[in-house]
Ligand binder design. Sequence first.
Ligand code: PFF
Length: 451
Amino acid sequence: MPRETWATRAGFILAAVGSAVGLGNIWRFPFITGQEGGGAFLVTYLLFVALIGFPAILVEFVIGRYTNLNPVGAIRELGSGAWNYLGWLFVVTGFVILSYYSVVAGWFLRYTLIGVTDGYALAGPEEAGALFGTVSTGLDSLLFHAVFMALVIGIIAAGVRKGIEIGVKVMVPAIIALLLGLAAYAFTLDASTAAYSYYLSPDFGYLAANWASILPAAAGQAFFTLSLGMGVMITYASYLGEDRNLAADAGVIVTLDTLIAVIVGFVVFPFLFAAGIEPGSGGASAIFVSLTSAFAGIPGGRILGVVFFAMVGIAALSSAISILEVLVSYLIDELGVARVPASVALGVAVFLLGVPVTIDLIFLDLYDKLADGVLLVLGSLLLALFVGWVIPEIAREELERGIGALGGLGDAWIWIVRIPIVIVVLISLYLGIVDYVDFLTGDLAEWLAAR
Ligand code: PFF
């Protein structure tokens, strides 16, 4: 059977945007921005997206389009020796990320349903915290993790055109429409002025004093939000049937993802300010506890809550399918397994790996810090080294296909990939490993000792 391809250019772009826009934009971005000083973080993040994220997404695009293969096969075709194992890193990362991503996405589905059936009329933060406790662990969490994975499997089993492409053509416009509606509402809140000024006026003194934590946080967020470092963009570009301008496509994708993250800030910060909640407080539970309290306290909160949580659920779904597709494309290309059994088998395996997260939130940290702080960053580092130093000529020619001769710009791209990206990612990787070791010897060790 011939390998599948996208039906339209919009299909490819929307699929990539759907992958990029997810929990990273809506759940992670506002809380990291809050933790790292508001406007000061925002400026750094925007700079990193343009200078590092854009060249890095092209790295994955050229590999995918050149080989028309899944990430494992693609790297094997282009490299030799130890490079052959790089594709495997992506498979491991995909399993880990999707397993907890699905659990968290399931919470958003559950919260949407709570809004529909009961509303968010909670007595206060304690009650909101207790609600989060019942949603995030135990049978509820397991059930919604299963529902979410079933949706992911269903879309991926239907294929590139009939599943992913049709799915994202509905989901991405829905996300944008819901988000713009929420932003327009947030604008009418009295608290919005204070929230915007917190968000939009960077304090450069703060930046100068805290750059050591702001820089890696901004780099990590840029890679995570663009779905880089685990072969998603390789896989999606491998379904390109024709030569088009990859740089132009990347420009659209990166701009849309960034705009959506920035607009999420225009929604979340006014809600938090309106409810008198400090941005950046709390961890994984923060957005659930603070936003349900916020929705309980503002007019129309119930509908807003349903719209907000549903939007996040949809955004998470369009990202999750891209991760399962990496794994499924491997089984199809390399082992000749048919799409439907490959999707079901891998989806069930991912579901099982996620089960511990539904039992105790310590596993969320165990998986998330490993995947986010270490595996994705390592993947990005190795990809940059591979393209920059092992196959620069092939990469450059591939980028020029569909654009024309790039001259100095092509050289600039290769050199950005070779040195600045490698340095920034190396620093982030170091910090990510230190953080993970801290976690293993600290929180996890304590947790184990208490058993
Ligand atoms: N980009 C997604 C988000 O912002 O939620 C997360 C993600 C998807 C990361 C796929 C990595 C990945 F391979």
